[in-house]
Ligand binder design. Structure first.
Ligand SMILES: Cc1cc2nc3c(=O)[nH]c(=O)nc-3n(C[C@H](O)[C@H](O)[C@H](O)COP(=O)(O)OP(=O)(O)OC[C@H]3O[C@@H](n4cnc5c(N)ncnc54)[C@H](O)[C@@H]3O)c2cc1C
Length: 433
C-alpha cells in the first residue's frame, strides 16, 4: 500500500493516539501506525493509570493540573456522542507520605500553593479516620524481604499530604481506544498490526516510512511515540546525535492483591505515593489493591531490551505485596500473588522528552518514565502546537515554544522537555516524576 500523509505517528499508545487526535483536529492528514493489533495494548495497557497533580517540579505539576479537567470531562475532551460507552474516571484522592528523607513533602506543598492545587495535611489520627485499616508507621528505607529488619517500624509518620483531586482509570487501554475513535472521527487513519521497519530521509528531512507489510507511507512529519521502543526508533531515524538526554526500557512489576477482609477498598480506599515503603498503591475494581514500586535501592533495577524481556511477574510482586502489608497489617497475601510485568520508557531524569530533533520533520514524544498516562491529553495538544510552530520556520531549540497550558493560567516553556536539556536536578528521579 502507498499513501501520502501530512504526519505519521509511530505508536498507537495513549500518547500517539492523543497526538493523532490533536493533529487531525488541526486538519493534518494523519496516519498512526501500531505494531500490535489494538491501540493502547503496549505499555499503556498495564498502566496503573493514576491521575494525580503532585510532581516534584513546578512545570511537571502544572502539566498534570492542566490535564485534570480532561479526565473529569472525558466525553467533552473526546467530543464523543452520548451513546458511545467510554472509560470512566474515578476520583478517590491521593496521599503522599511525608518523612525526613523527602523533607516532609515541603516542595510539593510549595508547588501546590503556587499553582492552586488543593491539598490538606493529615495527622496519623486523621488519616486513620479516613482509612481505618491503615498503619501510619514510618518504615523508610524500603528493605529486601531477607533483611532482618524488614517490617520494623521507626515511630509513626508525622503526617501525610492529601490531594483530593486524584483518581484513576481502571481500563487504560479502553481509554486509549476512546481517543482512537475520537481521532478517527476527525479524519485520522490507523494501521494496526503494522510495524515501522524503516524511516526514509532525503537531505536530513524525513520523507516517510516503510512497514513490515510492505507499505510505503510518505509524510514530511514523523512523530516517535513508540513508548519503550523509543530509543530504537530514534536510532532508526539517526536522531540521537545531539541528544543530551537518552531513554531506555525499565522492567517493572505491579502486584494485585485482595483488599483486607471486611473492608471495601474499591469504594473507600485511596491512592498513595508511599515512598516510605518504597512504592505506591491504589484501589482496583474487584475490591483489590494495586501495589507498584518506586524502585528502592535494595531492589534490582532491570534495564531490558523491549523486544526481549520476561513479561511474566516474578517473586517481585510478593515483595511489593509484603511492603504494602506494612501499611495494611490485615492484608492477606495469597500464596500465588497476582500481578503484571511491563516496561517504563525512562529518560535520564525521569522527565519526558516532548521535542523536535536534529532531523527535519522528526519529532519525539518519549521518555514517559512511568508517569505520563495522565498527561496524554495535553501532551497531544502540545505536540501539535510544537509541530505547527516548527513548521512555520521557528527555531524551537533557540527560541522555544511557550505553550499556554489549558485549564490553567500558566505558560510552559517547552525547553523543560528538551532532548538537549541538562539533567533536571529538581526531579524525584523516580516514577513520581
Ligand atoms: C506498570 C506501569 C504503571 C504505570 N502507572 C502509571 C500511572 O499510574 N499514572 C501515569 O500517569 N502513568 C503511568 N504509567 C506510565 C504510562 O502508562 C505511560 O507513560 C504511557 O502509557 C506511555 O504511553 P505511550 O503511548 O508513550 O507508550 P505505549 O503505550 O508503550 O505505546 C507505544 C506503542 O508503540 C508501538 N510500537 C513500538 N515500536 C513500533 C514500531 N516499530 N512500529 C509500530 N508501532 C510500534 C508499541 O506497540 C506500543 O503500543 C505506568 C506505566 C507502567 C508500565
Amino acid at each position: 500500500m502507498k499513501e501520502n500523509f501530512d504526519a505519521i505517528v509511530i505508536g498507537g499508545g495513549i500518547i500517539g493516539c492523543a497526538i493523532a487526535y490533536e493533529l487531525s483536529k488541526k486538519s493534518y492528514k494523519v496516519g498512526c501506525i501500531e505494531k500490535n493489533q489494538k491501540t493502547g495494548s503496549g505499555s499503556t495497557s498495564n498502566s496503573c493509570a493514576i491521575i494525580r497533580t503532585h510532581y516534584s517540579t513546578l512545570d511537571g505539576a502544572a502539566m498534570a493540573k492542566s490535564n485534570y479537567p480532561f479526565w473529569e470531562n472525558w466525553r467533552d475532551y473526546l467530543n464523543a456522542p452520548n451513546n458511545e460507552i467510554l472509560a470512566k474516571y474515578k476520583e478517590v484522592g491521593c496521599f503522599f507520605t511525608c518523612f525526613e528523607k523527602n523533607q516532609y513533602g515541603q516542595k510539593l506543598e510549595e508547588i501546590a500553593l503556587e499553582i492552586g492545587i488543593p491539598y490538606e495535611v493529615l495527622t496519623p489520627a486523621k488519616m486513620k479516620k479516613l482509612l481505618p485499616i491503615i498503619n501510619p508507621g514510618h518504615f523508610y528505607p524500603a528493605k529486601a524481604l531477607t533483611d532482618k529488619n524488614f517490617g520494623e517500624k521507626n515511630g509513626n509518620l508525622r503526617y501525610v499530604l492529601h490531594f483530593p483531586k486524584a483518581g484513576y482509570i481502571s481500563d487504560p487501554m479502553f481509554a486509549t481506544q476512546n481517543i482512537e475513535n475520537a481521532a478517527k472521527r476527525v479524519g485520522a487513519k490507523f494501521f494496526l498490526g503494522t510495524k515501522v521497519i524503516e524511516i526514509h530521509k532525503n537531505n536530513n528531512q524525513v520523507t516517510g516510512v516503510s512497514t513490515d507489510k510492505g507499505d510505503l507511507f510518505s509524510a514530511p512529519i514523523i512523530i516517535n511515540a513508540s513508548g519503550p521502543h523509543s530509543f530504537k526508533i530514534n536510532e532508526m531515524a539517526e536522531a540521537t546525535k545531539d541528544m543530551t538526554i537518552s531513554t531506555k526500557a525499565l522492567r517493572v512489576e505491579v502486584a494485585h492483591v485482595p483488599s483486607p477482609k471486611n473492608f471495601n477498598f474499591e469504594e473507600n480506599g485511596y491512592i498513595c505515593s508511599d515512598d516510605d515503603i518504597g512504592g505506591y498503591w491504589r484501589p482496583e475494581v474487584g475490591n483489590k489493591i494495586l501495589v507498584g514500586s518506586h524502585d528502592p535501592e535494595c531492589d534490582e533495577i532491570e534495564w531490558v531490551d523491549p523486544d526481549n524481556y520476561n513479561a511474566e511477574p516474578t517473586n517481585q510482586v510478593r515483595v511489593q505485596a509484603m511492603r504494602a502489608a506494612q501499611r495494611f497489617p490485615s492484608l492477606e497475601i495469597p500464596n500465588n500473588v497476582q500481578g503484571i510485568a511491563d516496561l517504563y520508557d525512562v529518560s535520564d531524569d525521569w522527565i519526558p522528552i516532548y521535542d523536535k530533533s536534529s532531523i527535519e520533520g522528526f519529532y519525539m514524544a518519549i521518555g514517559s518514565s512511568g508517569n505520563q498516562f495522565k498527561n496524554a491529553p495535553v501532551a497531544g495538544k502540545m505536540m501539535a502546537e510544537l509541530i505547527e510552530y516548527v513548521s512555520k520556520g521557528n527555531n524551537h531549540d533557540e527560541d522555544p515554544l511557550i505553550f499556554k497550558l489549558p485549564n490553567l493560567d500558566y505558560n510552559l516553556d517547552l525547553s523543560f522537555f528538551s532532548r538537549k536539556r541538562k539533567i533536571n536536578k529538581e526531579s524525584s528521579f523516580s516514577v513520581v516524576g
